[in-house]
Design a protein around this ligand. Structure first.
Ligand code: TNX
Length: 523
């Protein structure tokens, strides 16, 4: 009898334990910070099972007198307006009567590596985003935006409630350079379009926007000492239809807009090839002193500056000088690709000379991988797009590489044979293929230390509108953002695919016209 009751007591205990663990499991699932689908995947997430609830009195606290963080506070508050019901006040004073806040903290002793590392601490009543640098706080804000959209709940038809699970995130990027390129030369995109693109890429923690500002079909940046570049060279685009260009004031505005999102704009003026727009604008830049006709087609490799004429270098010096005055960042990209009608013996001294000009204006030269034929300074940067030999030549000159493998990173490649936009000379790039590669194993002889980062170019021969940009870039660019940020912990397509599926909610909220790949179960 006694034994029986002991036994049933034990049974009851086991049952209780089972029930308890079931309850805590389901609670854990609901509020587990580590089961959130963040992209790029953070380095370290620890969860505890509670929630931070947003209410109408939640406010953002920024340190008094810190203008930079005030800007980020305002940015956060503005971005949260997209989430129905969230309109957070910003303050640089503690409000003791309010029960919940988001605090932005600059902490020089913060031990997280890199300029962009951050710590996000979510307690029941307080969210803290801290970093040694303002850039890190901005990256942490993006993590918060992603968490919110995944955890928001509709409690009634009129009222959406927002809460996020408690816990800690410590995070920092693998590569210091994580970029995308937009070709505004083949088709021109307005300042507003470029700003929209900047907003979208900041959500996934990219930090570089490379603008391809000139090509055969168009010259897109005002150069005051050579005004016909935009008057004539900016007047058309692929297929005709107007073209356009940025005034220096507009360009400065873009640079500022990007810098407030901790994104560096790298300007590219492509040379000595891809220069028909300049050659049509100024007869003197041609060896035969005859201006070419404007070009509205999509062929490449037919134009060249006159590399043997001193005037060409005066032109380049004037133009780079003006570009540098608009460029707070360290790099000037000089193209250098597909110069098929420039003899190699002319190309090499040309690139050497342009490198000197860029350096004389205090900037570092960047160029497509063909520039490795020249004698590069070790601080110059090579952008690999297809030639492994060129990449090797870069490394043998002690030069660092940005990886933009066309077969993985070219956002203008079609997804599959059904894609109506894009080209396919480098193949079709579905979302899984764009994601499934590793920078360190991509090229023989190129190791981690040779790589500065990755960049995804969007060439615009077939891309005409912001919707087109969004469709080609998203979601592939999201995968590239993860490779650049979380490289060594990249968890594999199957795991990533599930996380990506959860991002349609956010992309829909922001009205991004993204490609709903059939390989992903979109939420
Ligand atoms: C190659 S990649 C180019 C561009 C084209 C692109 C089209 C590279 C450095 N040059 O001029 O727009 O292919 O995909």
């Amino acid at each position: 009898m006694k034994q029986k009751s002991v036994l049933s007591g034990i049974r009851l205990l086991i049952l209780q334990i089972l029930l308890l663990s079931l309850v805590s499991c389901s609670k854990k699932d609901l509020s587990d910070l580590s089961s959130n689908s963040l992209i790029p995947k953070p380095r370290l997430v620890t969860a505890d099972s509670n929630y931070f609830n947003f209410n109408t009195r939640t406010y953002i606290l920024v340190p008094e007198g810190n203008n930079e963080l005030m800007k980020t506070g305002k940015y956060l508050s503005h971005e949260l307006l997209f989430y129905p019901g969230l309109n957070l006040e910003i303050s640089s004073r503690k409000k003791y009567l309010r029960s919940s806040l988001i605090e932005l903290v600059l902490n020089e002793d913060e031990k997280i590596p890199g300029k962009e590392g951050y710590r996000l601490i979510i307690d029941k009543r307080k969210i803290t985003i801290s970093s040694a640098q303002a850039a890190g706080i901005f990256r942490g804000v993006q993590t918060l935006r992603q968490l919110l959209i995944q955890n928001g709940e509709n409690t009634s038809p009129e009222r959406e409630s927002w809460r996020i699970p408690t816990g800690n995130i410590q995070d920092y990027p693998e590569y210091e350079y994580r970029g995308t390129m937009l070709d505004v030369a083949r088709h021109f995109f307005s300042v507003e379009d470029v700003k929209s693109y900047i907003d979208l890429i900041s959500l996934y923690k990219l930090n570089v926007l490379h603008l391809h500002l000139s090509d055969d079909q168009g010259w897109r940046i005002e150069i005051k000492s050579w005004p016909k570049l935009t008057e004539i060279g900016g007047s058309t685009q692929v297929g005709g239809g107007g073209g356009g260009f940025y005034t220096q004031e507009e360009y400065k505005d873009l640079v500022k807009y990007a810098s407030e999102r901790y994104i560096t704009i790298i300007p590219e003026i492509d040379m000595p090839g891809h220069t028909n727009a300049a050659l049509a604008s100024y007869a003197v830049l041609n060896c035969n002193k005859k201006a070419t006709k404007l070009y509205e087609g999509t062929k490449v490799g037919f134009s060249t500056l006159c590399t043997s004429d001193e005037l060409t270098y005066k032109f380049i010096d004037d133009m780079i000088g003006e570009l540098v005055s608009l460029t707070p960042g360290p790099y000037i990209h000089i193209g250098g690709d597909e110069s098929h009608v420039t003899a190699l013996e002319d190309y090499i001294p040309f690139i050497n000379r342009v490198q000197e000009i860029v350096n004389s204006h205090g900037k570092i030269m960047m160029g497509w991988d063909e520039i490795t034929h020249a004698n590069l300074k070790s601080e110059s940067i090579v952008q690999y797009w297809g030639s492994a030999d060129n990449a090797k030549r870069a490394v043998s000159q002690g030069v660092k590489i940005i990886l933009s493998p066309a077969q993985k990173c070219y956002l203008d490649m079609q997804y599959d044979t059904n894609s109506s936009l894009g080209l396919h000379w480098a193949g079709y790039i579905e979302v899984d293929s764009a994601y499934a590669w590793h920078p360190e194993t991509l090229l023989p002889g190129i190791s981690r230390d040779d790589i500065l980062g990755i960049e995804s170019p969007l060439w615009s021969e077939t891309i005409k509108t912001l919707d087109d940009i969004e469709y080609m870039a998203f979601p592939r660019l999201i995968g590239h953002a993860e490779i650049g940020w979380s490289a060594d912990e990249s968890p594999g397509w199957e795991e990533y695919r599930l996380r990506l599926g959860k991002h349609s909610k956010l992309l829909d909220l922001l009205e991004v016209d993204f490609y709903r790949s059939p390989l992903v179960d979109w939420e």
